[in-house]
Design a protein around this ligand. Structure first.
Ligand code: G4P
Length: 534
């Protein structure tokens, strides 16, 4: 494949994730995007009549029981922006951050596979904890963020309150592309700040269809909306006076964030979001390799595995690894090399994955996400390539906040148990910590989200036929320490020292007060924060 073709494919691609707190409307927005891309003809499968539970990818019984999705999937669709003059559509990849109240390692890892993020905020609630955590990861990784204020059809804060909250709390300056006409709870349309025009939205029955838009000039808008239009114009002017207009360089540098007001439920503002993604979000770029060089998108094929998941299909045990393509063209059937082992990997069964429906992928380009079946040897962070050889830096481990001891309940399964623990460790399902006191029979699992422990026990049983019990430990904070500090730390109440499988020495603390006390009493001890998620 010529590099011009790859270059053209790359240019039209946008790969992003939605970062949000549970209930902000991520599923509803995903569906609204699919509706606008004409992937579905009617919305409602997700947010209507409780049928959502059947459409999410539920790969384990546990998920079904909870009615949530723990795993990431990738959704790809074509989209042609309203203003486009090209007859070639854009290709949008939406990488799903695993759903819901469980905040896990996978939620973070997805962000290593995207080029931009949409920060979805509930207009009434403002910034919420999980959004903040994920935003910090984006900032750390230099991922530009588009801000969406959702549920504008419901009472909430004013635009200026939300803008202030975001700039004050996280130092990100919102630059609204549009100002809503009508307060939260009375969403009539948007003032396009660049053209000064008014986009009025019409409701459709049950919000099932794309909301028809009526475009009016300022005079017509003033006549139609009266004070609501004047208020929007004043807000827009104020923002311009404050310098809060979109600036592409500052956006890409992570300093500003284009902002859009939406109602995912009514499909208001959704087209504007898609258009902004195409216009402003960066296409896939070159990536830095372990030796500090860059692999260009037009170079030979390479990809990074960012997520491995097992047991999707209960009828046959399989393991699916998701890779994000970094360079070159991927063709199904290609034999690639696994950089970590140097072994060949046949890609006969490559799949694009959306929910339960698996469709076969024949070729893919940088920015695309492809699922590889039977990927027993692949772990998150691994590199696959076609010569010349390349290896990308590993995905860093995340600062865990939950710690549990794991024990096997049947003594004769001990060997299997060890094998299973090593497997979970290698896959990055949990981090595995050990110390002499607990011994090998009771390793400690550390995770970002407590549901990872359930994933471990369920997989231990399904794949290794090992019954285990999980005992939550009373620790909530980990710090990196060293051999010299370990004995003193072990003498302290509410502290325990472990060695992680990568050799790092970690001290666990019951709570932050305990940690603060020890830091004060023993300033000579090494206690380094773990990177939240680099
Ligand atoms: P999540 O994936 O981020 O957790 O959120 P989800 O889309 O499931 O939405 C959470 C709730 O918020 C849902 O209501 C959904 O209908 C509602 N919602 C999402 N976007 C909007 C919006 O723009 N406006 C309004 N008014 N509501 C919105 P629910 O009652 O929990 O579920 P359901 O009965 O609608 O399925």
């Amino acid at each position: 494949m010529s590099s011009e073709v790859i270059s053209r494919e790359v240019k039209r691609r946008r790969t992003f994730a939605i970062i949000s707190h549970p209930d902000a409307g991520k599923s509803t927005m995903t569906e609204a995007l699919a509706l606008h891309a004409h992937m579905i003809s009617e919305a409602g499968a997700v947010h209507g009549k409780g049928s959502r539970r059947a459409t999410v990818s539920d790969w384990m019984e546990m998920e079904k029981a909870r009615g949530i999705s723990v795993t990431s999937t990738a959704l790809q669709f074509n989209y042609t922006p309203e203003a486009s003059t090209s007859d070639v559509p854009n290709v949008i990849n939406l990488v799903d951050t695993p759903g819901h109240s469980d905040f896990s390692e996978d939620t973070y890892r997805v962000l290593t596979a995207v080029d931009a993020a949409v920060m979805l905020i509930d207009a009434a609630k403002g910034l919420e904890p999980q959004t903040l955590k994920l935003f910090q990861v984006c900032r750390h990784r230099g991922i530009p963020v588009i801000t969406v204020i959702n549920k504008w059809d419901r009472p909430g804060q004013t635009p200026l309150e939300l803008i202030d909250e975001i700039s004050e709390r996280i130092g990100l300056i919102p630059t609204p592309l549009y100002v809503p006409v009508g307060i939260a709870g009375d969403y009539r349309g948007l003032l396009d700040r660049r053209t000064g025009e008014y986009i009025h939205f019409e409701r459709t029955a049950g919000g099932a269809k794309i909301a028809p838009e009526i475009l009016l000039n300022a005079d017509e808008a003033a006549q139609r909306e009266g004070d609501a239009w004047t208020a929007a114009q004043e807000e827009s002017e104020l923002l311009s006076e404050l310098g809060q207009d979109h600036d592409q360089e500052m956006f890409l540098a992570g300093q500003t964030s284009p902002m859009i007001f939406t109602s995912a439920m009514l499909n208001f503002g959704v087209r504007q979001l898609l258009d902004a993604l195409v216009e402003f979000a960066p296409p896939p770029r070159s990536r830095e390799t372990v030796d500090g060089t860059e692999r260009e998108v037009t170079d030979a094929f390479s990809a990074v595995v960012f997520k491995v998941q097992a047991g999707m299909d209960t009828s046959h045990r399989d393991r699916l690894a998701y890779m994000r393509i970094v360079s070159g063209e991927f063709e199904r059937g290609m034999v690639v090399t696994h950089a970590q082992t140097g072994k060949p990997f046949a890609t006969k069964y490559a799949q694009a994955v959306f929910g339960r429906d698996r469709s076969t992928v024949d070729n893919a380009f940088p920015g695309d996400v492809v699922g590889l079946v039977n990927a027993m040897a692949l772990a998150p962070g691994d590199t696959l390539f076609i010569d010349p050889k390349v290896q990308y830096p590993p995905i860093p481990s995340f600062a865990p906040e939950h710690f549990s001891a794991l024990r096997v309940t049947t003594a004769d399964k001990y060997k299997q148990f060890r094998k299973a623990v090593d497997q979970m460790d290698a896959e990055g399902v949990v981090q595995v910590l050990r110390n002499d006191i607990r011994g090998d029979a009771s390793p400690v699992m550390a995770a970002v989200g407590p549901m990872q422990f359930e994933v471990v026990t369920a997989r231990m049983k399904a794949e290794f036929k090992v019954d285990t019990i999980v005992e939550p430990l009373g620790y909530s904070i980990a710090r990196r320490t060293d051999e010299a500090s370990a004995p003193e730390l072990n003498r302290q109440r509410g502290v325990e020292v472990f060695t992680r499988s990568d050799g790092a020495i970690l001290a666990l603390f019951s709570d932050k007060w305990r940690l603060q006390y020890i830091e004060k009493e023993h300033p000579d001890l090494l206690l380094e924060p773990l990177v939240a998620a680099a």
